[in-house]
Design a protein around this ligand. Structure first.
Ligand code: URA
Length: 431
């Protein structure tokens, strides 16, 4: 077999066999198929798609590109969550401590920022010392001893996904349903999850811009989960506007800490409670969503969720004084509060433009090797449907230099559309 023939077959809309998929994935991981051929193949997949059978084969090839974690002796049930990626989506930072505080041990392997969407690892690294490179033994030990882990995907688990993910980020091949489904499900299966809550984002700030596309992705992932013998719940949530207020790494960590203290923006808090409730229910820790919700709320109000976050930070070498004093987190040199140019109702708070502006400020990567700046980003003060008055604060830009501050201000101002007519708020979840 030759890689070029497989690329050409996909370019010509052919259906790849299981052998061809295995050959391609193995060749990539072994370094026998170079990045440029894998990039061309990924673009052919993006343009021409894959059948559910091909996607399942791709997922399993990626799972078996490395070892598969067995958590059966470590936790009674291995539960996990995953978001398909969005702007201001710092949900894992709050949800993991909430469910862990409810007595459900949770270990998660997360990713870095991808395109305009932020990444959990980048956010957690705003806390000095926090390690995201735990090996499998450390992962298991911490999960057993502390009941909470949040680390990077270890290099021996689904290594094909780790490499493909980084390549897709810089070759315009992220928004492909088969590539996203296989990426997410291979990670989850390889990491040993038996019950998985997936949060598929829908809207202009998500990889799936329409409900139809998001449903297709959700169905595909549930199907792959079924075939692999995993319980999967898939939520469809809005990503037309940023989740919560903060966009940018350290700003989002602070907002997650606020939520764990019972504060923070209402939409973000509600989102976290909803995802936590599903995790507690699917794992059998609560008998139904109502009971799960009460448990999650209690974990916040009695301080146990915040305490779990401290435990997590400490266990992974992070400086816990940043949890107790989030004002110590990295700060940008310039902070500008931008006012509303007119009165009216917010018709749009464009998540994609805000996500792209935050990458341009330095909060994300334009290429694989870029360093990110943890301090920069935005605080977005309003939601679609809110009434705003001329001169009222609309958002704040946190930047390191004047040129990027000005560009970011213009872009984010342009992302706020103000209508003369009342506008209905956007739902938090669709299904
Ligand atoms: N999240 C993932 O894990 N993979 C993707 O491809 C997109 C979002």
């Amino acid at each position: 077999m030759r890689a070029v023939d497989i690329i050409v077959k996909k370019r010509e809309r052919g259906e790849l066999t299981q052998e061809e998929i295995n050959f391609f994935v193995q060749g990539f991981v072994l370094g026998e198929i170079p990045d440029y051929q894998v990039s061309a193949w990924a673009m052919a997949v993006l343009l021409n798609g894959m059948t559910p059978r091909e996607t399942t084969d791709l997922t399993l090839a990626m799972v078996h590109s490395g070892s598969v974690l067995d958590l059966s002796g470590v936790v009674p049930i291995a539960v996990d969550k995953h978001s398909s990626g969005g702007v201001g989506d710092k949900t894992s930072l709050a949800v993991l401590p909430i469910v862990a505080a409810c007595g459900l041990p949770v270990g998660k392997m997360s990713g870095r920022g991808l395109g305009f969407s932020g990444g959990t690892l980048d956010k957690m690294e705003s806390i000095p010392g926090f390690r995201v490179d735990l090996n499998t033994d450390e992962f298991k030990r911490q999960l057993k001893d502390k009941g909470i882990v949040l680390t990077g995907q270890s290099t021996d688990l689904a290594p094909a996904d780790g490499r493909l993910y980084a390549l897709r980020d810089v070759t315009g091949t992220v928004p492909s349903i088969p590539l996203i489904a296989s990426s997410i499900m291979s990670k989850k299966i390889a990491a040993g999850a038996q019950a998985i809550v997936l949060d598929v984002k829908v809207g202009q700030g998500a990889f799936m811009e329409t409900l139809d596309k998001a449903l297709e992705l959700a169905d595909l992932m549930v199907r792959i989960g079924d075939l692999a013998g995993r319980k999967v719940v898939c939520l469809l949530s809005d990503m037309n506007q940023p989740l919560g207020s903060a966009v940018g790494n350290a700003l989002e960590v602070k907002e997650a800490i606020d939520a764990l203290k019972g504060g923070g923006p209402a939409d973000f808090r509600e989102h976290c409670l909803h995802v936590s409730s599903h995790m507690l229910t699917i794992a059998g820790k609560a008998k139904d969503l109502g009971e799960a919700r009460r448990m999650a709320e209690r974990a916040i109000s009695d301080g146990s969720a915040l305490e779990k976050f401290r435990v997590l930070v400490q266990a992974q070498g992070g400086d816990v004084s940043y949890v107790d004093h989030p004002e110590k987190l990295p700060k940008a040199r310039l902070v500008e509060v931008v006012e509303s140019p007119r009165s009216g109702w917010l018709a749009e708070v464009g998540a994609r433009a805000i996500g792209e502006a935050s990458v341009a400020l330095g909060a994300g990567r334009a290429s694989k090797s870029d360093q990110i700046d943890h301090a920069v980003g935005f605080l977005i003060y309003h939601k679609v449907g809110d009434r705003v008055e001329r001169g009222a604060p609309l958002f704040a830009v946190h930047a390191q230099d004047e040129a990027r501050q000005t560009a970011a201000r213009d872009q984010v101002l342009g992302a706020h559309l103000i209508s003369n007519r009342e506008v209905a708020p956007l739902p938090l979840f669709y299904e």
